[in-house]
Design a protein around this ligand. Structure first.
Ligand SMILES: NC(=O)c1ccc[n+]([C@@H]2O[C@H](COP(=O)([O-])OP(=O)(O)OC[C@H]3O[C@@H](n4cnc5c(N)ncnc54)[C@H](OP(=O)(O)O)[C@@H]3O)[C@@H](O)[C@H]2O)c1
Length: 225
């Protein structure tokens, strides 16, 4: 059976990625899962299949923009036009160094990850969304996207740039029925937490997709841990 639409989750792991796949899957979406490790993707695809969700894995490293674009292209050909794009790979620990220990080379990884990756992904899927006349782009970030942290310079700098890119897209694409929004998750994703359990966050992302209001949304208070 063909689903109601296709969501591509870039950076799909067992936490938020899987929860969003289940939430959109429950609504009839088919799911393209993108991450580096093929075995973990296969496992996730199997688990989602057992829950009645049609999912396929497309291995790609978001730090290789051509590879990411190719994988999203393949997802579109196999599952259908990507109508919802979520960009949510979990940042590498090395991106979170103190500001005075951060040289320009230390920013290459964070910028590749949080700027080149989203730009490559958006450029790949946007023509399809424009043809459909609808689409949703969801960016997921930590609290440093809003309040930079002296001990996490790489993500602070790169998330700010990603936020600016998302905001620009939000303004530019709203008139075309393509909604661009960001979910900021302060502190850690925590199973069982009233606001930061992966399933609660997935519900929030589903609501953002459905209600199509504003660019920036918060999962919790900014000073929460
Ligand atoms: N976890 C937290 O406490 C927390 C807190 C605040 C915000 N967030 C945000 O929540 C999202 C992540 O949610 P989660 O932590 O529950 O993660 P998740 O969905 O369980 O997994 C994310 C996946 O990202 C993939 N990934 C990492 N580097 C990648 C790369 N270079 N290319 C492609 N894929 C890559 C990893 O798979 P591979 O290793 O197979 O590539 C990983 O399994 C991110 O947007 C993050 O900024 C998380």
């Amino acid at each position: 059976m063909v689903g109601v639409g296709v969501i591509a989750i870039v950076g799909a792991g067992p936490g938020l990625g899987a929860a969003v796949a289940r939430r959109f899957g429950r609504e009839g979406f088919d799911v393209a899962l993108l991450a580096r490790d093929r075995n973990r993707l296969d496992l996730l695809v199997r688990e989602l299949g057992e829950a009645g969700v049609t999912a396929r894995g497309f291995p790609a490293d978001v730090r290789r923009p051509e590879e990411l674009a190719r994988a999203l292209g393949e997802a579109g050909r196999e599952l259908g036009t990507v109508e919802v794009l979520q960009y949510s790979p979990v940042p590498h620990r090395d991106f979170m160094r103190p500001v005075l220990d951060t040289g320009h080379r230390d920013l290459v990884g964070p910028i590749e990850f949080s700027v080149y990756g989203p730009v490559a992904a958006v450029q790949q899927v946007l023509p399809g969304m424009r043809r459909l006349g609808r689409g949703t782009i969801l960016l997921v970030n930590g609290g440093t996207a809003v309040v930079p942290h002296t001990e996490r310079a790489g993500t602070s700098v790169a998330f700010a740039a990603e936020s600016a890119y998302g905001h620009l897209l939000h303004e530019r694409l709203a008139g075309e029925g393509i909604h661009v929004a960001q979910l900021v998750i302060p502190g850690a994703i925590t199973p069982g937490h009233a606001r930061k359990d992966p399933d609660v966050l997935a519900e929030k992302l589903w609501t953002m997709h459905r209600e199509r209001r504003g660019f920036r949304h918060y999962a919790d208070d900014l000073d929460s841990r």
